[in-house]
Design a protein around this ligand. Structure first.
Ligand code: PGA
Length: 248
């Protein structure tokens, strides 16, 4: 039985003060939860988030990292720096990073390898555009993204991953993939993982759906056989909404 994991990707939202308020409001609402709960604030709020969530079921992740330890990479933050702050999860390859910041399958792979070396839990994001879906390319695109992201990983490393299927056309648009479509793609992803490792690992790893997940669609999504959690943007910014997802 895979333990569900609900992760909030706050994106470029919340000042440190706003982040602290959100966490304080969220904490009492999720004490009885049976799922893994992760919040991914901006880098600036991570230290406060780790401190405020200590002793609670809420874990903290980051939204990105560089794959090098240090060096002349102006504006970047390394995994080592984040690890020192006490994060446990790291989102890698979010479509907004691919779209606006030149993230490629190759950099995603380097970051995944680095995160695993640091004992961070990568949440690897994949997903197709609307054009790709309409041209029946979704399976090909997602399969390639997963294979490239996982290239060179050992079976044990693969078993520690979380993969988030996020169709780009569903992110922040209010359009959710139907639960059947989302489940179908998550099933393909599990097949690819099986090809790259084995059946038991494919059955063990958790696959999230992301894209306009809301309190009113979480239950149906989570009822699908291959969907083990959600990566949530907009609805993770309000304590009551995120708590409703966590307590679905
Ligand atoms: P959304 O974002 O929930 O606002 O659609 C999801 C994501 O980008 O992870």
């Amino acid at each position: 039985m895979r333990k569900p994991i609900i992760a909030g990707n706050w994106k470029m939202n919340n000042t440190i003060k706003e982040a602290k308020d959100l966490i304080e409001n969220l904490k009492p609402l999720v004490v009885d939860s049976n799922v893994d709960i992760v919040i991914c604030p901006s880098y600036l709020s991570i230290e406060a988030a780790v401190e405020l969530t200590s002793g609670s079921p809420i874990k903290v992740g980051a939204q990105n990292m560089h794959y090098e330890e240090s060096g002349a990479y102006t504006g970047e933050v390394s995994g080592e720096m984040l690890k020192e702050l006490g994060i446990e999860y790291i989102i890698i390859g979010h479509s907004e990073r691919r779209q606006y910041f030149n993230e490629t399958d190759e950099t995603v792979n380097k970051k995944v390898i680095k995160a695993l070396k640091l004992n961070l839990n990568p949440i690897v994001c994949v997903g197709e555009t609307i054009e790709e879906r309409e041209n029946n390319k979704a399976k090909e695109v997602v399969t390639t993204q997963v294979k490239n992201a996982l290239a060179g990983l050992s079976q044990e490393e693969i078993s520690n991953l979380i993969i988030a299927y996020e169709p780009i056309w569903a992110i922040g648009t209010g359009k959710t993939a139907s639960s059947d479509d989302a489940n179908e793609v998550c099933g393909w992803i599990r097949e690819v993982v099986k090809e790259l490792s084995d059946q038991s690992i494919a059955e063990k790893i958790r696959i999230q759906y992301g894209g306009s997940v809301k309190p009113d669609n979480i239950k149906e999504l989570m009822g699908q056989t291959h969907i083990d959690g959600a990566l949530v943007g907009g609805a993770s910014l309000k304590a009551d909404q995120f708590a409703a997802l966590v307590n679905y």
